[in-house]
Every structure is written in structure tokens, then in C-alpha cells.
Design a protein around this ligand. Structure first.
Ligand SMILES: C[S@@+](CC[C@H](N)C(=O)[O-])C[C@H]1O[C@@H](n2cnc3c(N)ncnc32)[C@H](O)[C@@H]1O
Ligand SMILES: [Zn+2]
Ligand SMILES: [Zn+2]
Ligand SMILES: [Zn+2]
Length: 725
């Protein structure tokens, strides 16, 4: 029997939504790429790994609720001007995100006049999203920031004083440079693991540190910072460590760093070797080697930390770091607890700031905002923070989504040191809350084939809403934010759309990374929110693939759990409801997994849109390994079971998929077609056809699996790509 497949671009399908027929993925990809460099202020209030761009979800939500006959121009005027979905539909729709993360879906849904339900396993992410959308009078926040400054400044600034080498006055420590050291396995001497001598540049002046004469030297404007010979003592400056191996400066022995660490039986210690200062009296800025007073200051910090109240307040950091793909490298270095990831000044200053926040006479809502700023600086104030001298800036320790111990690290002035300091984070929170009340879009226009930024437009709608975490209160609120596993959570509401960005297979271990924030937040929040009581963030229910824990979290458990969540909430989806899932495809295997989860849980795929949200791309080549594209997968619930008498034949599907992909690609009319785009279009068409007949798709007398379908799509994409060139 011939297989009936619904037409791809049919103009009149009753009830069809725009996202099933059209999506502006070309323009949007370019917008997302730019937005990722400068997120909207609400998303800058606190980082969350692999955050999505707001404009992507704004476009998805709009296209999910607009009917399919809305022309592109109208779509864009609603995108920029603002639209209320209640006006479009005649009622206020509910959007559910079962993997809420840092809240992009929730924030954008509220802006568009929807009600939102977000479910998130991780307490840190839950807290971030809650604080993004909870209303807060700006005046109250500004007053609280002033109060905090007057409480804390005098107490913490003395820990960042250093003598100005130019005038002898008191200067501010901007940052300190530390090096880790191991004991040489041959001669027993300390080996500082320097990989280079570069410090940094200020204006056209550069500084280096010579580990032979223990001096800081200035290099000229034209010179690079990786000098080979010390301008002071003339010593040749070979790297002591290449990251994995060291060469002992005393005896010349070469050995593995990890071998030396194992022989020591403890984590490597570290020593401060240079300070970047800024002097208020003489205006001098530069670098110096630490003097006796600088070292005494560190001794003072250690003493303070031994005080009973301090020790007690930092107890929650003394919990073990759990083994996983994210942490196995630092565990191999002998680090055991979170406490060991901070130096004494960092511990002390962070503890002082946190205590001041908890004691400030302000409302709980505002206190939590201050706490959010505090939490945001943790990833910049620990001993894993690299100093990137080439870019002249610090990086967050999580810029690579892993715990790593750099051999040299930067210690910031956590109070007033620019990027990563508290004053900076408080300002980001203040701006974020201002944005929530008056959100804007950056407006781009297509001019001679290029997207040009032409300014901002303020949209109607606000990101702020009445928030509850009690499901029975949702009727009286705008947003229900539940901190729980989506494998467990139950909601008794019918929803109009499920829009979500599920965990990306094996890219990020959210639980492990967020523990670094969690151990600092726990004591302060556990009284009000029971999900902050356990010593770590929950990870048993986390849907992720962890190559270091294959018996707990492998590809199969990922598919099983993701399908369970989708099946669970498909029961909440209205008959005409839409599911939209974003996905990052790094490997074909990951594609097959997510698609399998969708068909198993009873969804029929209606469209798959490629969004090139990363800059790097390779023309027309089969780059199956590269993560260049996001895919937006649009599906509906299957309302009637497939007719078992209709057997779809893979060969016949193949023809349909090919012709429809070409048709669609022509319609999309992009000149800049690359293999990943073609593949996404092809696999999307393959999935449409396959999911419509699932599980009755046969190939050579056998039922065809999703893996085979993805393989077939790759071959078809090759064919199409060849035709296009
Ligand atoms: C890709 S992230 C979502 C990011 C979000 N779109 C954003 O812009 O920040 C996926 C989220 O799923 C969460 N997650 C993983 N397993 C979960 C589960 N069983 N239940 C609820 N959330 C879970 C992770 O903690 C993570 O925050
Ligand atoms: Zn030696
Ligand atoms: Zn020297
Ligand atoms: Zn000075």
C-alpha cells in the first residue's frame, strides 16, 4: 500500500502553526551569534552553563502560537514590537519547560504574555530563574546595595592593601598571581610549575616575572610577554612545566606532574608570586613581587579562618567533590573538598560578604538578589581561575565546563576588581532588574545581504511576574517554578505548549559544576527552601551522559529518562498542543537518541529547523563531529495509533525525503548552504515521515531503527550537497 505523507508546505492545514511551516532560522542564527557575545541584561544576572539566547526562544514561542498564514513581515513586527499571546489566541496560554535551567523559556514566555511552568532539578538553576522573574522595586535594591557597601567595604578592603613600590603609600591590590608547586621526585626541592613568564599589559607597558631572580621586569611596548631571557639576571627562561611534565630547576630531573603529586600524597600547594596594584596616591599602576606585609596579610587571613564562627560558617564547603567527568581531573590532583578550591583570602572575604548579606536589614526578596550577585562571583574567585594574559583578562573557571587546576591562577580583588568582583556583579543584577521591567530587543535589518544592528526597540510586556513554587497557587500566579526532578514532578494543568532545551547528551554535567555555587548558598537558603538541605545538588535523577560513570549514566539511560519525561508531560499537553525541543547535535549518535526518545514517547515530528548559532563552519563537508548547528525540533502528540496495516517501506520513504528536502531547501532560498544545514533539513524530513508511521517502517523485511534512519539521512544529505554545489 502506498504511504500517505502529509504535504510539506501545504498552505491550508487547519490549526497549523507558523513554526510547523516557516521559521526564520537564517536571520536568527546571526542574531543569536551576536547575542551570545552580549546576552540581554536579565540573563547576565547569573551565569548558567550553555545558556540559550533569549531571542531564539522569543522567536520559538511566537512562531508556536501564531497561525501558519502569518507572513514573515508580520512575524518580525510582532517580534520587535511585542505581542501578547492572549490577544492572539483569545486566552492566556500556558508554556511548560521541564528542563528550565537558567530560565530562558520562562522569561521569554512571560514577556509574551503567557503563563509559565518551569521544572528544574538543580536548586542553583531554580534560584537563578526565580530571581530573574520575581519583581523587585529598583529603589529598594539600590538602597540595599548602598547599605551592603557601607557594611562590608571597610572590613574587606584592608585585605587587598599593598604597599605602592613607587611612592610607598597604600595601593589597592587589583589581582595576585599564584603558582602551584610540587616536590621534585629526584632531589626533593620545590618545583614551581611555571609554564611561562608573562604577567600582563597596562597600556603599552608589559610585565613579566622571572622565576630565576624572583623579580618583576618591564618589557618594552613592541616586545611580547613570553621573553626567553630575563632582562634582569640574564637567565634563560625555559618553561618549568608543559602542563603534564615538569623539569626541576634545581637538578634538571624530568617527571610527570601527576606522578609528583601522587608521591607527595596531597594536593600541590601554591605560592603568591606577583601582585598587580593600583595606587590612589601617586596614580601608579603596575606589578610587584609580594613583600613581607603582603605575606603577613595572608597569614592574618589564615588566622581569621581558624576562628570558631568562621570555621562553622564554612563547614558546608568541607563536603567531598563527587567523582564525574567534570571533576576527575582535579580529584587526580589530590583535591578532595570544595574548601580546598579557595585560598585563605578568598575564603575569608567571601565568608564576610555572605555574612553581611544574611544580616542586612532588608526584605528577603532583595537579600536573595544580593545573594545571587554573590553566587555569581564564585566562579571567578577560586584557585581554578586562569589569567589569560593574551586577552588581558580572567576567565571563569567554568568556561570549559570542567573543574581544572591551572598551574598558575589569578586571585582577584573579589570586592572591587572589575570582571568577577562583587561590585561588578551587583551592577549586573541592578541592570538585569531594570531590564525586566522594560525589556528591549536589539533591532537588526538586512542591508545588502548583511544583518546590521540598527538600535533597540522597547517591547511591551515584562519579564517580571507573580511567582510561586506551590502548584496549588498557580491559578493566582503567572509562573510556577518547581525545583524537582521532571521524572517525579506532577502538575495538574493542561498546557498549550512544551518548549524546552533538554540537557545535551554529554556536554555538561550541571550537578557537578553547580555544586561550587551550591555549597556557598546552601546554609543561607536551606531554611526557606528544603531543596537546599542536602550537602550536594541532586544528581541521581539528572538526565545526562557521564563517560566517567558509565554504569549510572550512559546513552541508554539518557534516552530512557528523556522519553519518560516527554511521555509524562505529553499527558499535560492539549490535543492541539505543540512540543518544541532545541538540540545541539555533536554526533549522529546523539541525534538518534533524542529522536528515539521522541518517537517512543508518542510524538510525531512536524518540522526540524537548523540554526547556525556558532560562528565556525565548514562548507559542504561532512562534519559529523562538529557542533555547529542547533536544531529546533517541532512535534505534536500522536492522537490516533498508527494503522498497523500500513507498512511504510524505507525505499519509498527515501524518495519522499529527498524530493521534499530539495523542495524545502529551495524554498528556504539560502545561498549559504552548508552540509550541516542540509543534513538538518534532510533528517527533519526523514523524521517527519518516519515518526508518522513509527513503528511500522520496514527496511528489507525488518523494522527500521532510528539509528538506521540517521545513517540514511547522512547519505541523502551527501547526495543533496553534491547537487547543490
Ligand atoms: C540545557 S539546560 C537548560 C538551559 C536553559 N535553556 C537556559 O537557557 O539556561 C538543561 C537543564 O536540565 C536540567 N535537568 C537535568 N535533568 C533533569 C531532570 N531529571 N529534571 C529536571 N531538570 C533536569 C539541568 O539541570 C539543566 O539545567
Ligand atoms: Zn630536582
Ligand atoms: Zn631574572
Ligand atoms: Zn603610589
Amino acid at each position: 500500500m502506498a504511504i500517505p505523507i502529509s504535504p510539506v508546505m501545504a498552505d491550508q492545514v487547519p490549526g497549523q502553526r507558523l513554526i510547523e511551516k516557516w521559521f526564520p532560522f537564517g536571520e536568527l542564527g546571526e542574531m543569536i551569534r551576536r547575542e551570545k557575545r552580549a546576552m540581554k541584561p536579565v540573563y547576565q544576572m547569573h551565569s548558567w552553563p550553555a545558556r540559550r539566547a533569549g531571542s531564539e526562544f522569543r522567536a520559538i514561542i511566537l512562531a508556536t502560537f501564531l497561525p501558519s498564514d502569518v507572513p514573515p513581515d508580520d512575524f518580525w513586527s510582532l517580534f520587535y514590537g511585542g505581542a501578547d499571546m492572549a490577544d492572539v489566541l483569545g486566552y492566556r496560554p500556558i508554556v511548560l519547560d521541564p528542563f528550565m535551567g537558567g530560565g530562558t523559556t520562562v522569561v521569554e514566555a512571560l514577556r509574551l504574555g503567557c503563563k509559565a511552568i518551569g521544572i528544574e532539578l538543580n536548586p542553583v538553576a531554580w534560584f537563578i530563574t526565580k530571581k530573574e522573574v520575581e519583581p523587585c522595586p529598583t529603589g529598594e535594591l539600590e538602597e540595599a546595595i548602598r547599605l551592603l557597601r557601607s557594611e562590608v567595604e571597610e572590613e574587606v578592603l584592608p585585605y587587598y592593601r599593598t604597599m605602592c613600590p613607587a611612592c610607598g603609600g597604600q595601593a589597592k591590590m587589583v589581582r595576585a598571581y599564584w603558582v602551584r608547586q610540587v616536590i621534585c621526585e629526584e632531589c626533593g626541592e620545590e618545583v614551581p610549575l611555571f609554564q611561562h613568564v608573562a604577567l600582563s599589559r597596562i597600556g603599552d607597558k608589559g610585565w613579566i616575572y622571572c622565576y630565576n631572580c624572583d623579580e618583576v621586569h618591564v618589557v618594552g611596548p613592541g616586545e611580547g610577554l613570553r621573553v626567553k631571557r630575563c632582562p634582569g639576571c640574564g637567565a634563560e627562561l625555559e618553561p618549568v612545566s608543559n602542563g603534564r611534565e615538569y623539569e626541576c630547576p634545581s637538578c634538571g630531573h624530568r617527571g610527570r606532574v601527576l606522578g609528583a603529586v601522587r608521591a607527595m600524597g596531597t594536593a600541590p600547594g601554591a605560592r603568591m608570586y606577583a601582585i598587580c596594584y593600583s595606587c590612589g596616591s601617586c596614580g601608579q599602576r603596575g606589578h610587584k613581587v609580594p613583600d613581607r606585609e603582603d605575606r603577613e596579610l595572608l597569614g592574618l587571613c589564615e588566622e581569621e579562618l581558624r576562628r570558631d564562627d568562621m570555621a562553622r560558617s564554612l563547614r558546608s564547603l568541607r563536603v567531598e567533590i563527587r567523582y564525574g567527568e567534570d571533576s576527575r581531573r582535579i580529584l587526580a590532583y589530590g583535591i578532595r573538598t570544595f574548601y580546598e578550591l579557595f585560598n585563605s583570602r578568598q575564603l575569608l572575604v567571601l565568608a564576610i560578604i555572605r555574612r553581611a548579606i544574611t544580616e542586612l536589614p532588608v526584605s528577603e526578596g532583595v537579600r536573595e538578589l544580593l545573594l545571587l550577585a554573590f553566587s555569581d562571583i564564585i566562579e571567578f574567585n577560586n584557585t581554578m581561575v586562569p589569567w589569560v594574559y593574551k586577552a588581558n583578562k580572567v576567565e571563569s573557571c567554568f568556561s570549559i565546563h570542567n573543574y581544572l587546576l591551572p598551574h598558575t591562577y589569578a586571585e582577584l580583588n573579589a570586592w572591587d576588581g572589575g570582571r568577577g568582583s562583587l561590585l561588578n556583579a551587583l551592577e549586573k543584577v541592578r541592570r538585569g532588574k531594570l531590564y525586566c521591567r522594560r525589556p528591549f530587543e536589539r533591532r537588526y535589518e538586512l542591508r545588502s545581504g548583511r544583518l546590521v544592528l540598527v538600535g533597540r526597540t522597547y517591547t511591551c510586556g515584562s519579564c517580571e511576574a507573580r511567582v510561586t513554587h506551590d502548584p496549588s497557587e498557580f491559578g493566582r500566579s503567572d509562573a510556577l517554578l518547581i525545583c524537582s526532578s521532571s521524572l517525579e514532578a506532577r502538575i495538574d494543568y493542561e498546557v498549550d505548549a512544551i518548549i524546552t532545551d533538554p540537557p545535551y547528551f554529554d556536554n555538561v554535567i550541571y550537578s557537578g559544576l553547580s555544586d561550587l555555587n551550591y555549597v556557598w548558598l546552601r546554609d543561607v537558603l536551606s531554611g526557606r527552601y528544603p531543596w537546599f538541605r542536602p550537602p550536594h545538588t541532586p544528581r541521581d535523577d539528572e538526565i545526562v551522559v557521564d563517560p566517567s560513570r558509565p554504569e549510572e549514566k550512559d546513552g541508554r539511560s539518557y534516552v530512557r529518562d528523556l522519553s519518560r519525561v516527554l511521555t509524562r508531560f505529553s499527558g499535560n499537553l492539549k490535543d492541539d498542543g505543540i512540543l518544541v525541543l532545541t538540540f545541539h547535535h555533536r554526533r549522529a549518535g546523539a541525534w538518534a537518541s533524542i529522536l528515539e526518545a521522541l518517537v517512543i514517547s508518542g510524538f510525531v515530528i512536524k518540522a526540524v529547523w537548523p540554526v547556525r548559532s556558532e560562528a565556525r563552519s565548514y562548507p559542504h563537508t561532512r562534519t559529523h563531529g562538529a557542533a555547529l548547528h542547533d536544531a529546533i525540533i517541532v512535534a505534536r502528540r500522536r492522537l490516533t495509533p498508527p494503522d498497523p496495516c500500513v507498512r511504510a517501506d524505507a525505499g519509498e520513504l527515501r524518495g519522499h525525503i529527498l524530493s521534499r528536502s530539495v523542495e524545502l531547501l529551495e524554498d528556504l532560498g539560502s545561498e549559504d548552504l552548508r552540509w550541516p544545514t542540509i543534513f538538518t533539513v534532510v533528517v527533519g524530513q526523514a523524521l517527519r515521515a518516519y515518526s508518522e508511521h513509527y513503528p511500522n517502517v520496514y527496511h528489507g523485511g525488518r523494522r527500521m531503527g532510528v539509528g538506521e534512519l540517521v545513517e540514511m539521512s547522512k547519505a541523502l544529505a551527501d547526495e543533496v550537497a553534491e547537487r547543490w554545489c
